[in-house]
Design a protein around this ligand. Structure first.
Ligand code: FEO
Length: 170
């Protein structure tokens, strides 16, 4: 049975993962409309992943005798000045999510809820991967400079990353 402090921390994380999914959806829309199909594909996929992160938490809370709760969400940022700014926001957001996961993990330690702590290990590892992927993309965008030919190349590369991920999953 989940302790109320752990249950509410997990529910807050559910809200944050759901918001992440919406944020990346808004970003994917911006990319698609602005003519970055590769980046759009990448972010649509990230949005789906965040929904999966949310669902995994929902199922865990319910399985452990708690009740997953949904909250109203704020409207995500929908306008960006460039692909560079957009991915800076992505990295910032992932760093915020990592800090949030660490906070929840800290609560499980305080409450001696090692089962939930163990469950959260998956998220801790996932955050390391996500932060490193986003840093890598950001470095590439910075190196490419602001010219449209550089952005065209980056966009193709992001589209290629999705293709590789799809092939790897098959
Ligand atoms: Fe589920 Fe990227 O945080």
């Amino acid at each position: 049975m989940l302790k109320p402090t752990v249950e509410s921390a997990l529910n807050l994380q559910i809200e944050r993962e759901e918001f992440s999914s919406r944020l990346y959806l808004a970003m994917a829309i911006w990319c698609e409309v602005k003519g970055y199909p590769g980046a759009a594909e990448f972010l649509y996929r990230q949005s789906d992943e965040e929904r999966m992160h949310q669902l995994k938490l929902v199922r865990f809370v319910n399985d452990r005798g708690g009740v997953a709760t949904l909250h109203s969400l704020e409207q995500p940022q929908a306008e960006f000045t460039s692909l560079l700014e957009l991915f800076q926001e992505v990295l910032k957001h992932e760093q915020y999510i990592s800090a949030s996961i660490n906070e929840v993990y800290g609560i499980t330690l305080q409450e001696k809820d090692y089962t939930t702590g163990n469950f959260l290990q998956w998220y801790i590892t996932e955050q390391i991967e996500e932060e490193s992927t986003m840093s890598l993309i950001l470095d590439k965008i910075t190196l490419a400079g602001a010219e449209s030919s550089g952005m065209f190349h980056i966009d193709k590369e992001l589209g290629g990353m999705i293709q590789d991920a799809v092939v790897a999953a098959e």
